[in-house]
Design a protein around this ligand. Structure first.
Ligand code: ADP
Ligand code: ZN
Ligand code: MG
Length: 485
């Protein structure tokens, strides 16, 4: 097996984040009543003229700029001919040459090593409608056509055949999705079909220059599926070649349940599509000022933001990685931090609260941070209440539970429930004396030189105070008493 290498190229379709479709004014809303978002243009009525959505072009250019592409100012469209019932006009409006963006790059990290992957192009095109073969679990013996998705704007990104493992493909798609979401060009939500991927896989004897015969796996709708399909497919191809067989250039389907690919059809050549210039959309040139405006809309990207989080806030690589994994999480963090004066002390604890308690709760409910019932300012306040000794870390967890349920302010909860930390020495001293009297074994152990035995007595005081005693102070008082005699 080891004397073959795997070669992968990806074609990624991402639904452009616009309110209306790319060639008409219909809504792009997901999940609307079938065929309710349609008009004469997107249902392909004869003589209807497409009108280009400027915002869609903007989002493609933003993506291209963020990935270091050369922007082609010439904006032209072409008809790609094919017959399929989900496209009533029998062609798709797309871009042939030039695409809006040529020659970009994306760097990925696999096993701690950086690899720069070249991306051939990004072009703008329209989506097709959807054939419906079942309603709920009922299989139909006819097909229904829903044109809500027809003419929704897509950007198609095509990589060079440079990825060389399932893990690299996974890293590429994960990083791409993070960047595209950061700039807001697409939601890249795979469950809603807003990011789809065709995977091209071939294998060749290690060291050979020429590429092997490629197989295309169509319409993958999960990133882990892409990884698994590549792993399966490259093994299948190596197996065929190793026993002297030949591979056909074909399109295959990924059967996720079985974990295998199945042959679908032999691959059409590019000529079959008979591209020709779209006569209803006149070529035009993008202006420099338009491209500059697109550039100005690009926010700080994840890699730069992560580096800044590490240098500015002193966060660990791990924390910075987690916090910048989505723009919403990073924004939540910085908003919380900026709502307080003591950013320096708060940076690390706030990061912890977000990456452990908050994300734990959100994950359990399958919620994004945007839907968090705890505001960033309130979470920062909670972390501060521990820092300034008002409550212990343990009590804070109870307060957090309450905040998550009620969305209230931590100070209100602490006041209402009387949870303020006891830092009054005389009150604590009383509890310490009691605890010492009840812990003869631990006291004896301490006196015999086992200093750690004090921990059990601290624990008892904490229990007596219902978690409200200031543990540092308790520790200090106990040590004084134990050492004092
Ligand atoms: P098509 O529309 O015919 O699929 P594209 O040019 O849009 O053609 O996409 C081809 C994709 O296949 C690119 O991502 C490219 O990197 C990849 N590719 C081409 N040849 C190979 C190969 N031999 N092995 C793996 N991937 C390949
Ligand atoms: Zn329409
Ligand atoms: Mg293809």
């Amino acid at each position: 097996m080891s004397n073959y290498e795997t070669v992968v190229g990806l074609e990624v379709h991402m639904q452009i984040n616009t309110k209306s479709k790319v060639f008409c004014e219909c809504s792009t809303e997901f999940g609307a009543e079938p065929n309710s978002n349609t008009c004469v243009i997107c249902t392909s009525q004869p003589g209807a003229i497409p009108i280009l959505n400027k915002k869609a072009v903007e989002e493609v250019i933003k993506t291209g700029l963020a990935l270091g592409f050369t922007i082609n100012k010439q904006c032209t469209f072409a008809r790609k001919q094919y017959f399929y019932p989900d496209v009533p006009k029998n062609y798709q409006i797309t871009q042939s040459e030039p695409p809006l963006c040529s020659k970009g790059k994306l760097s990925i990290f696999v096993d701690g090593k950086e690899k720069v992957v070249n991306i051939t192009r990004i072009h703008l095109e329209e989506d097709a409608g959807k054939l419906v073969h079942e309603i709920g679990s009922r299989k139909l013996d006819y097909s229904l056509l829903d044109l809500n998705r027809a003419s929704v704007g897509l950007m198609e990104l095509v990589t060079e055949p440079e990825l060389s493992s399932p893990e690299e493909a996974l890293a590429f798609l994960t990083e791409l999705r993070a960047i595209v979401r950061y700039i807001g060009a697409s939601e890249c939500n795979m469950e809603e079909g807003k990011m789809r991927c065709d995977v091209n896989v071939s294998v060749r004897p290690a060291g050979q220059k020429e590429l092997g015969t490629r197989v295309e796996i169509k319409n993958m709708n999960s990133i882990s599926g892409v990884r698994d399909a590549i792993a399966y497919e490259s093994e299948r191809q190596i197996e065929v070649l190793s026993r002297g067989g030949k591979l056909a250039q074909e399109t295959r389907l990924w059967e996720a349940d079985e974990g295998i690919t199945k042959s679908m059809r032999s691959k059409e050549g590019a000529l079959d599509y008979r591209y020709f210039p779209e006569p209803d959309l006149v070529p035009f040139n993008l202006t420099d000022s338009f491209i500059k405006e697109c550039q100005a809309q690009i926010p700080e990207l994840p890699k730069a933001r992560k580096a800044r989080f590490i240098s500015q806030y002193g966060l660990s690589e791990y924390d910075a990685d987690y916090l910048t994994s989505s723009k919403d999480i990073a924004d939540y963090y910085e908003k919380g931090l900026n709502s307080c004066q003591n950013k320096k002390d708060l940076a690390k604890p706030l990061a912890n609260w977000i990456s452990t308690e908050l994300s734990g709760k959100l994950n359990a409910q399958n919620k994004e941070i945007g839907a968090a019932p705890v505001s960033s300012a309130n979470l920062a306040k909670l972390a501060n209440l521990i820092l300034n000794g008002t409550i212990s870390g343990k009590i804070a967890k109870t307060v957090f539970e309450d905040m998550y349920e009620s969305s209230s302010d931590p100070e209100t909860i602490i006041k209402e429930k009387g949870l303020v930390q006891i830092s009054d020495e005389s009150a604590l001293e009383k509890l310490c004396v009691e605890a010492l009297a009840e812990s003869p074994k631990a006291v004896a152990e301490f006196k015999a030189g086992k200093e750690r035995a004090v921990g059990a007595i601290v624990g008892l005081v904490m229990k007596k105070s219902k978690g409200q005693a200031n543990p540092q102070l308790v520790n200090k008082i106990l040590l004084e008493k134990l050492k004092g005699g």
